[in-house]
Design a protein around this ligand. Structure first.
Ligand code: PLP
Length: 388
């Protein structure tokens, strides 16, 4: 692997390509070409250039897959049309009667998928707070996998990946980690013992809120092959142009993550001092219960934070009065966004589950961007003033 991740973000794994046609042979183009084609001509019957039809594979998609595999230090990656397409494809690996243990706090779309689609296909789920509960009592003879996020969306719970991976291995379970919140820049779950990593590439990998994408990365060749079959059959592969947007986004991943993390650290300290804020949940604060685990398993604390206001009215007033910060879903872009999980990302999560996870009408989530931190603070300060 050799190079540091900062360098790998620039020199996008050309040397890793599995197909000789898809290496440095592009007239010296520094920006990887977009192969905007649906199909490929065959030299002769029984011969192929290595690409036949873009649903199966496309050079630009293959390139972004190699890049993401390199960043996660995995053997293979697959690029999907969204994070949810990636997670849906993973669910296709299981059969009726299989049982999965999933983290209690997860992105609302994952909970919706498990509850409304995957369960209908005969797969059972048990929701467990993987950051604080023992897994063993929930494992049955039918359990196949454990699915977590760390930190979780939106409550920022942190799970010890290595410890969970050891438990999963003892019981022959796959450990799947949704690594969207930290990106491969700050956390590499495969190195900590996870079997499969998922990303919403829409977020930090793309980095500019201009495209939707998803990735699965693994070191397990059998899993890689099965997913390759699923992508070819269900047709959820990432388009050439979107693959290119992700390639372009990755070039600045390191600098974006560093700058936004610095902002998030400063913002979390400032928020802690504000009277109308009851609680700040940022895993880079020593007060966060997952702080020590984060220091052990990540190279940074990330750019996401959640806070609790003193009342629903305060939360609504903040959303109404921010000007620079956009009230919008999603995260991981260069702009600072503020989200109201109860009506946005987690609106479809059953009320009792939301309550249990602490997602109340006083909870706001922020994806801190790369603006000047003083401007972000001034904007929030103005919004807070409207409450008093
Ligand atoms: N995983 C996490 C942690 C997310 O936050 C999201 C979306 O917000 C997804 C997966 C789904 O990704 P996408 O919106 O690209 O389908």
């Amino acid at each position: 692997m050799g190079f540091s991740i900062e360098t790998r973000c620039q020199h996008l794994a050309d040397e890793q390509s599995t197909n000789s046609q898809n290496s440095k042979d592009h007239y010296g183009a520094i920006s990887y070409p977009i192969y905007q084609t649906a199909t490929f001509a065959h030299p002769a019957v029984g011969e192929s250039t290595g690409y036949d039809y873009s649903r199966l594979q496309n050079p630009t998609r293959e390139h972004v897959e190699n890049v993401v595999a390199a960043l996660e230090e995995g053997a293979c990656a697959l690029a999907f049309s969204s994070g949810m397409a990636a997670i849906s494809a993973l669910m296709e690996m299981f059969r009726p009667g299989d049982h999965l243990i999933v983290d209690a706090d997860l992105y609302g779309g994952s909970i919706r998928l498990f509850e409304h689609i995957t369960r209908k296909n005969g797969i059972e789920f048990t929701r467990v707070n993987c950051n604080e509960e023992e897994l063993e009592p929930f494992i049955t003879g039918r359990t196949r996998a454990v699915f977590i996020e760390t930190p979780t969306n939106p409550m920022m719970n942190v799970t010890d990946i290595r410890e969970l991976a050891n438990t999963a291995k003892r019981h022959g379970l796959l450990l799947i980690v949704d690594n969207t919140f930290l990106s491969p820049y700050f956390q590499n779950p495969l190195k900590l013992g996870a079997d499969i990593v998922v990303h919403s590439g829409t977020k930090f990998l793309g980095g500019h809120n201009d495209t939707i994408a998803g990735f699965v990365v693994t070191n397990d060749e059998a899993v890689g092959e099965e997913l390759r079959f699923i992508i070819k059959t269900t047709g959820a592969g990432l388009s050439p142009f979107d693959s290119w947007l992700i390639l372009r986004g990755i070039k600045t991943l390191a600098v974006r993550m560093e700058r936004a993390q610095e902002n998030a650290g400063k913002l979390s300290c400032w928020l802690e001092e504000q009277e109308i804020i009851k609680k700040v949940i940022y895993p880079g604060l020593p007060s966060h219960p997952g702080y020590e685990i984060m220091k052990k398993q990540c190279s940074g604390f990330g750019t996401m934070l959640t806070f609790e206001t003193e009342s629903k009215n305060a939360a609504l007033a903040i959303l109404k009065n921010v000007r620079l910060i956009s009230f919008a879903e999603s995260l991981g872009g260069t702009e600072t966004l503020i989200t109201y999980p109860i009506t946005q990302t987690h609106a479809d999560v059953p009320e009792n589950v939301r309550q249990k996870n602490g997602i109340t009408d006083c909870i706001l989530r922020m994806s801190v961007g790369i603006e000047k931190i003083e401007d972000i603070i001034a904007d929030l300060n103005n919004a807070f003033a409207s409450i008093l």
